[in-house]
Ligand binder design. Structure first.
Ligand code: SAH
Length: 217
């Protein structure tokens, strides 16, 4: 994967911002260092690519704030032998970060345009272990199978049982849960042999998960 040619000073500030927000997992920090965020934002926003802010992308969606991406990735605890599902591909940035940490990543998006652009970017960066699928994350196609980790990057009113059923034993799911208008709570579920452990982590603001494939584009 090509390393970004961005000014080292700005990338150093970027890493410091992630650490200040409490992210300490070195593998996660390295993945954040290696993924060139400037390639995932609109051309007009490139100068802001390494600021710790969410930015608008196509189809009225957003690429999340880097410290939230890093925090969610850290909470997911994905390992090189894991199969990971992301719901809400958006720009493909979070999927690119996960591709450095997991074995295989399947990411689903309901907008065709976003899915196509993300697929192109990820291919250009050489993220060969990521598959971008145009699908409704609210009803994951059966053929996608089961996952060790599930990361949802759009806000859900609650976590559907059907999604928890897609987790392998000992699997972890991280999702923003709450009202569409936000704020939402970031929730982490772990599937145990006796049921499900649930923890509420931090407050976040995500665009809502909407059901169905988008008809517009
Ligand atoms: N992870 C993205 C940002 C997520 S923005 C990134 O790194 O850039 C949330 C995304 O979730 C949007 O692109 C939105 O279209 C998508 N989304 C919302 N509901 C969805 C659903 N039911 N299935 C699949 N994608 C969905």
């Amino acid at each position: 994967m090509p390393t970004s040619e961005w000014p080292p000073q700005e990338k150093m500030q970027f890493q410091l911002a992630l650490r200040r927000r409490g992210v300490s997992d070195l593998a996660v920090l390295r993945a954040m260092e290696d993924v060139p965020r400037e390639l995932f934002v609109a051309a007009g926003d490139r100068a802001d690519a390494y600021r710790d802010v969410a930015l608008p992308i196509d189809c009225g969606q957003t690429i999340s704030q880097p410290s939230v991406v890093a925090y969610m990735t850290e909470q997911l605890q994905s390992k090189p032998f894991h199969r990971v599902l992301e719901i809400g591909t958006g720009s493909g940035y979070q999927a690119a970060v996960l591709s450095h940490l997991a074995g295989d990543v399947v990411t689903v998006e309901r907008f065709r345009l976003l899915a196509e652009r993300a697929r192109e970017r990820l291919a250009r960066l050489g993220c060969r272990n990521v598959e971008v699928v145009l699908a409704d994350g609210c009803s994951i196609p059966d053929e996608l199978g089961h996952f060790d980790r599930i990361l949802v990057t759009a806000a859900l009113p609650d976590i559907p049982e059907a999604l928890v059923a897609r987790l392998q034993p000992d699997g972890v799911l991280v999702a923003p849960v709450g009202p569409q208008s936000g704020p939402q709570a970031l929730v982490r579920l772990r599937k145990t042999k006796d049921g499900v452990d649930r923890a509420e982590l931090i407050e976040v603001r995500f665009v809502p998960a909407l059901s169905g494939i988008a008809r517009e584009i």
